[in-house]
Design a protein around this ligand. Sequence first.
Ligand code: CP
Ligand code: NVA
Length: 319
Amino acid sequence: HQTLAGRDLLHFSDLTERELEQLLRLSQVLKEAQKTHFTHRLLAGKTIGLIFDKSSTRTRVSFEVGMLQLGGHALFLPGNQLQTGRGEPISDTAQVMSRYVDGVMIRTFRQADVETFAEYATVPVINGLTDEFHPCQLLADALTILEHMGGLRGVTVAYVGDGNNLANSWLQVAPKLGMNIRVATPPGYKPLAHVVEEAKFHAVHNHTQVLVTTDPMRAVDGADVIYTDTWVSMGDEAEAQVRLPQFERYQVNEELCKLAKPDHIFMHCLPAHRGEEVSEEVIDGEHSVIFDQAENRLHAQKAIMAALMADAGAFGEDL
Ligand code: CP
Ligand code: NVA
């Protein structure tokens, strides 16, 4: 994790295979530390600012609690109560906040705004979800798969639904961790083309497979993991009536899940909409690991914050 100190996490293009594996390992160590009450105050006396321009349950709570467990403090900063909400430039805000805090997490609409903030900030900036990417979620998801499957290499993930921030982040992370990724979306809702290209490049390098299709059955056939997310993301609310009918064929239900491996797991980043992207039987059924995923947000984000924000030498022999 030493190579990550002082850096940003804006999306997974920023990280190498090795750095991702280091973050996963640190997540496991911190999870174990928390369960055994082993002290891990890696960020004692440090402060993170959490800027939210969109709603959140998991991200907010896990960042705040995680920072406390690491010995630091978190500030909840709703965007509409900051001066940015009244037009103060992102560049000024980033430079001002860098004089007070040791790191900033931002959840907002445009990826470009997080990148502008990071360009002007002199402290690490973490993407807590944009319209394009959600890297913190994906690190927690990889940890969850690792725990349930015992490894990541060769695992096949089928993402079914909207080609949104989750789909894009899956395409960025899967090939780097040795996983196969298949994404099935309705024709007008594909993931970002440049992200698909990037995924294919890393897949060749790492001998994994990338499939982008409009056929959910083709994606799920023989998969180890079935993943879905809402059909109407934050910011898409005005399109709901247009979107919903186009996604009908993409519901993850028992019939679709029959095509996956018998011991597959079902995942969802939450919040979920039972009866839309997933049926009640599936999300509340025996293959579902949604609450393990939600818990792992805490452990994975503690690893991210510690790796980016801890002082050199904070990591003892055990970490
Ligand atoms: N999965 C996720 O990011 O949840 P929240 O929107 O509740 O933070
Ligand atoms: N794709 C969803 C994820 C929520 C955690 C959204 O952006 O609203």
